[in-house]
Ligand binder design. Sequence first.
Ligand code: FE
Ligand code: FE
Ligand code: ZN
Length: 278
Amino acid sequence: MTLHIGCHLSASKGYLAMGKTARSIGADTFAFFTRNPRGSRAKAVDMADVEAFRDFWKDPAVPLVAHAPYTLNACSDREEVRDFARETIASDLQRMELIPGNYYNMHPGNHLGQGAEKGCERIADCLNAVLRPEQSTLLLLETMAGKGTEVGRTFEEMADLLSRIRLQDKVGVCLDTCHIWDGGYDIVHNLDGVLAAFDRVIGLDRLKAVHLNDSKNDLGAHKDRHEKIGAGKIGFPALSRVTCHPALRGLPFILETPNELAGYASEIGRLREAWKEG
Ligand code: FE
Ligand code: FE
Ligand code: ZN
């Protein structure tokens, strides 16, 4: 067993370039935006690049964790915004099948004052329209910090949302350490308790990936501003305990810290060094 860890990489030069970059910094997984993060058109797929990547990245130990544009809002109060989210997610899921068996992570959405329940209903409508029984990609819903009207700010909200999805085996959860800390879950002093609550409310079997980030803000700040590992309010020891926790064994850990490649390489190195089987 080893720690599966990587970081968010730029997709601008294609899959093979990301794979090579990941290897060069000691990563055995990585994340990337499926298109411009602000959610515009996707570039045409370069099949030669896809094949070269599959050849290079063979026998992956753990899935990649792609990220949907963060401006999509599947639970907007405006129909055209919901339509755009649905069409974009459907087309991204199709492209994900070119690299089968990986994860596609999305922010649930912003209910914009309609209330979390209405938000969950609309997001589930969207996902029930796009998920396909034959897809090999698992769609992950990311736990949010609770900034503004974000849906997914509590484990209860996430459980409500998940329960509304028809194809249960096509959805899972991605836990973002900065977001849940900002959301009020004290992973510094009570990691066991937070994970027990996750298990009770959602089920740890639904947890498929972790976004490993420090936070610039205090517990419960509902802000969502990521910090480098060890430079924020969560701190290195607590984040290292997250990577070592037996309940999280084998999951892909993705860094989304404010770093250039060298910074990511050093965070990966430090976390690998501190890693031991919990
Ligand atoms: Fe995210
Ligand atoms: Fe995240
Ligand atoms: Zn964030």
